[in-house]
Structure formats: C-alpha cells, structure tokens
Design a protein around this ligand. Structure first.
Ligand SMILES: Nc1ncnc2c1ncn2[C@@H]1O[C@H](COP(=O)(O)OP(=O)(O)OP(=O)(O)O)[C@@H](O)[C@H]1O
Ligand SMILES: [Mg+2]
Length: 168
C-alpha cells in the first residue's frame, strides 16, 4: 500500500511587491515522513512555512492537508485542523509546567479535556463531565519528544533545545 499523503503543496506562488519569493513550489509530505527544507538565505523557506501555516495567503497554487484545501485558511483554524508552526526562539508559557504547556496546546487545538488545567476552578466538578480525557494524548506527545520525564518541571527550567522540543 502506498504511504498516505498528509500535506501537498501544488504550484504555490507568493510575491512581495515585485519580488517573487515562491515560484511554483511543489512538495508532498507522507505519513511517518519528516521533510527537511534547505536552501540559501532568502530562497523562501520561511515564506513557504508562513504560507502553509496560514500567516500569508498564497498568490497562486493550492495546499491540501489530508486531501482538504487549506490555502488561505486563518492560522487559528489551521491549528484546529492540526497544522501549526514553531518559531526560532521558543516561547513556552513560563508560569506553567511542561505538562501544562502541552495541555494548553491540546485544549486550543480542539481536544475535549483538560482536567488538571481546570482543577483550580470552583466549578470544576461541573466541567469535569465535559473536559476529561486528553491525558493519554498529552502523555503520548510528551514521550514522543522525550519530555515525559520533565513534565512536572516549570517550562523555564528546560534548556533551549528542550524548549524547542516542547514547542514541537
Ligand atoms: N514580509 C516580507 N516583505 C517583503 N519581502 C519579504 C518578506 N518576507 C520575505 N521577503 C523576501 O522574500 C524572500 C524570501 O525570504 P525568506 O525569509 O522566505 O527566505 P529564507 O529562505 O527563510 O531565508 P533565511 O535562510 O535567511 O531564513 C527574500 O528575498 C526576502 O527578502
Ligand atoms: Mg528563514
């Protein structure tokens, strides 16, 4: 069976005034694949990431995520679909633990549950019904990036490369 195509970029173009930063870019990312993007300074890597993650609308071309057109969709809507980007300088929520940072991301991405995040709320018992079971997903995410052992640490206690992993 051929691998599933997760992301497809088709003939994407992006101009800044008279400068064509992206000229008919094509690529695909398949299930279980990690795709690296390399190129000289100014070749358009960041622009492509910005177009895929919804920060810029492409001037031409199409982008598909699991077969659904996503070019031009707002960043916050893309986050709910499962597309996001990280930035060069990690920006975790410093007042939260490593696990709580992932829980916030899970909540924002549209998952149903955030027990420990809401436990301090007076009406938590009421909310518990609706917000319950993302812990497994959070633990899976933490162990994929190898941060499960640090999950109760404050995010500020992580070094820079660990903070990059937390962003991921
Ligand atoms: N917001 C913008 N407005 C105008 N021009 C831009 C803008 N963003 C990028 N560019 C131009 O588009 C081209 C591609 O830039 P981009 O930042 O995507 O390259 P890059 O491959 O990420 O470079 P680097 O390796 O330096 O990070 C460059 O000529 C850049 O000056
Ligand atoms: Mg760049």
């Amino acid at each position: 069976m051929s691998p599933k195509e997760i992301l497809k970029v088709e003939n994407v173009e992006k101009r800044f005034g008279g400068l064509k930063a992206l000229n008919k870019v094509n690529l695909s990312v398949y299930e279980n694949e990690i795709l690296g993007l390399v190129g000289p300074n100014g070749s358009g890597k960041t622009t492509l990431i910005n177009v895929i993650s919804g920060i810029y609308k492409p001037d031409a071309g199409k982008i598909y995520f699991f077969g659904k057109r996503i070019d031009g969709i707002a960043t916050y809507k893309l986050a709910h679909l499962g597309i996001n980007r990280t930035f060069q300088i990690p920006k975790p929520f410093h007042g939260l633990t490593v696990r709580e940072n992932v829980e916030v991301a899970a909540l924002y991405s549209g998952k149903q549950c955030l027990k420990s995040f809401f436990k301090h709320l007076k009406n938590f018992k009421f909310m518990e019904k609706d917000y319950c079971n993302i812990e497994d997903d959070v633990q899976t995410a933490l162990s994929i990036v190898g941060l499960d052992k640090f999950q109760d640490k404050q995010a500020t206690q992580l070094n820079t490369s660990e903070q990059k992993l937390l962003g991921l």
